[in-house]
Ligand binder design. Structure first.
Ligand SMILES: Nc1ncnc2c1ncn2[C@@H]1O[C@H](COP(=O)(O)OP(=O)(O)O)[C@@H](O)[C@H]1O
Ligand SMILES: [Mg+2]
Length: 603
């Protein structure tokens, strides 16, 4: 029976088997292509191994019959000779089995590694809109669960299937040859038992799943209440939760008990019918033996072949259900492989020179809504003009669309209307990689990867030297605190290492941006969650970073943007006011002036 590997306990849905879905499943063979010879070698060894297994009952029969000297035909040898032959067959069989497992594993692992890399490449190059509509867990299960299922199909399922076909054909021919009449008896009983067992088994699996689901539901109660334990206690709802849990658990018990009744029936019925079938066949066989139409060896071989055939028939049901899962997995993988990716180019010096930017940015009547929420117009009509080297501040209430402007400049999304120009060129005419290479983003919540501080800074320029990384850290006011760690730049961050404070993380992100040396800099509330001491350090680092670059600064604290060349007050997807600090303060009823007043009290 096919080995099942449970990948993170994930349930792989089955798919209908149809001509189309099977055709889709052929994607597997594309990945087998490079390993064709090894794969065919594996197939040959399966045939050999199945074939040699099937000679076993025959040789055993000859061995048994040699005791009475009743052995006839080509194997009328002494018991010792036949036993040696049997051992020989077993030894050869060892080699065949080893080879088939080894070759299939080799092919399976390679093909699947190729497939995983292809899928990962697809995933990582997908546009942002793709990720907005899917859950991360769902995507990563493409690589783990679905590909794992396909791998099992290559290494296990196919072998199982071929082996099954060989076994069935050889087995049925063998029993027919031993005794056609007994075969008729056997074939009228065994498949019937198998069919009943399958139907019953499926029903039992269904009700066990119900128990599992109910148990999972009761676990949700436990998790929720333990996570929100302070809520439970503050509302003194302990008894209420206890009641909720009791109801859930009672449901589990009821279902499980009725489940137990069916399982009991199933097991006792199966024991009765399997052994009943054996008794029936053997009884009939003994009758034939008494009439002198069958030897004891024949009977033994017949029973052995019959059990091979029976087990194989039952195994086919499992193979079919696995095939359905595999087809489902290939369909989802195919869907993903068919999606259009962003155009992420490899290094190209010629392109780099052709598209080198000076840093003039303009947005003209841009309108935009997120693909996942088409009905909300996040940006309504936005026009702005930033000259090379200027500092543009964007302020406004949360939800105004400030971060959306950043995403549009990075071309995570395309505007629905209007134009974004870099040095007068429409953004869409600049290759994505060339554009993004010249822009650096310091976001509000910074993600550090689980590596060393050095690696995290060098993310801005993977081939940076130690000298460059340290220089960037110095300019970002990060060198001192990094050197303060016992392991310095080799300090691991994230789960396995030191937890950094918000301000420290921010300065590492700034060092990363400095190292990238961008023409255009995007700061999205880069200082909003800092205490005042680290804020002044970070602010100083940012001032260093903004020199000689076009920068867009989204700021929560207005004190940090007074010297900006332009301040844009964004509200509800539109620019409400624009100008320098002096311009905007001159307007008595202006939004900016009022916001400033409010913040004076805040600080
Ligand atoms: N990925 C997204 N998908 C759908 N709606 C979004 C997405 N990101 C932001 N929004 C919505 O767009 C509006 C503007 O968001 P954002 O630009 O992040 O505001 P700000 O940065 O000014 O606080 C908000 O109403 C927000 O809910
Ligand atoms: Mg924002």
């Amino acid at each position: 029976m096919a080995r099942r590997r449970d990948i993170e306990g994930e349930d792989i849905p089955k798919a209908k088997i149809s001509k189309e879905s099977l055709k889709e499943a052929l994607v597997i063979f594309k990945y087998l292509g490079p390993y064709k010879k090894t794969f065919i070698g594996g197939l040959v060894f399966i045939a050999l191994s199945a074939g040699s297994t099937m000679t076993f009952p025959y040789l055993l029969k000859a061995l048994i019959d040699s005791a009475h000297g009743t052995a006839t035909g080509p194997l009328a040898y002494t018991p010792g000779a036949i036993a040696l032959m049997l051992i020989g067959v077993l030894a050869v069989q060892m080699v065949f089995s080893f080879m088939r497992i080894y070759l299939f594993t080799f092919v399976g692992e390679h093909a699947v590694a190729d497939m995983r890399e292809d899928i990962y490449k697809k995933l990582i190059m997908m546009p942002m809109s793709f990720f907005a509509q899917r859950r991360v867990g769902e995507l990563s299960s493409r690589i783990t669960a679905d590909v794992g299922q396909i791998q099992d199909a290559i290494t296990g399922l196919l072998a199982e299937f071929l082996r099954g076909v060989f076994t069935l054909v050889i087995g049925i021919v063998a029993i027919l040859w031993i005794s056609p009449r007994m075969t008729a008896v056997m074939l009228s009983v065994v498949p019937l038992v198998i069919v009943i067992a399958l139907v019953f088994g499926r029903f039992i699996r269904k009700i066990s799943k119900k128990v599992q689901d109910q148990l999972a539901e009761s676990n949700t109660v436990v998790q929720e209440t333990l996570q929100g334990i302070s809520n439970v206690k503050a509302f003194s709802n302990e008894w209420y939760e206890l009641g909720r849990y009791h109801n859930n658990i009672s449901a589990v018990v009821n279902t499980a008990i009725s489940n137990g009744r069916y399982r009991g029936l199933f097991v006792s019925f199966m024991l009765f019918s399997v052994f009943g079938a054996i008794v029936l066949v053997v009884w009939y066989g003994v009758g034939l033996m008494q009439a002198g139409n069958l030897s004891f060896g024949d009977l033994t071989a017949f029973v052995l072949y019959t059990s091979f055939v029976g087990v194989t028939m039952a195994g086919f049901a499992e193979i079919f259900s696995q095939l359905q899962k595999t087809v489902g997995a290939t369909q989802r993988v195919r869907e993903l492989l068919r999606e259009d990716t962003e155009d992420v180019a490899v290094e190209d010096v010629k392109l780099e020179n052709e598209y080198r930017l000076e840093g003039n940015v303009s947005m003209r009547h841009v309108a935009f809504s997120y693909p996942s929420r088409k009905e909300v117009n996040v940006i309504k009509d936005l026009t702005l003009e930033a000259k090379s080297g200027q500092q543009i501040a964007v302020v406004g209430p949360s939800g105004a669309g400030k971060s959306t402007i950043v995403s549009l400049l990075l071309r995570f999304y395309e505007p629905d209307k209007g134009l974004i120009l870099f040095d007068g060129r429409p953004a869409s005419t600049i290759p994505l990689s060339q554009l993004r290479k010249q822009i650096a983003l310091v976001p509000q919540d910074i993600l550090l990867f689980g590596g060393s501080i050095f690696e995290n800074i060098a993310y801005g320029k993977p081939d940076a030297t130690e000298e460059e990384v340290m220089n960037a850290a110095r300019q970002a006011n990060a060198h001192d605190f990094i050197s303060g760690f016992p392991e310095g730049y080799k300090t691991m961050v994230g789960e396995r290492g030191v937890k950094l404070s918000g301000g420290q993380r921010q300065r590492i992100a700034i060092a990363r941006a400095i190292l990238k040396n961008p023409v255009i800099l995007l700061l999205d509330e880069a200082t909003s969650s800092l205490d005042s001491e680290s804020e002044s350090l970070v602010q100083e680092a940012l001032t260093n970073l903004m020199k000689n670059r076009t920068s867009f600064v989204i700021a929560h604290r207005l004190s940090t943007i007074r010297s900006a060349d332009q301040i844009l007050v964004l509200e509800d997807g539109r620019i409400k006011e624009a100008g320098t600090h002096q311009d905007l303060m001159a307007n008595e009823d202006g939004l900016y002036r009022n916001l400033n007043k409010l913040q004076l009290f805040e600080n």
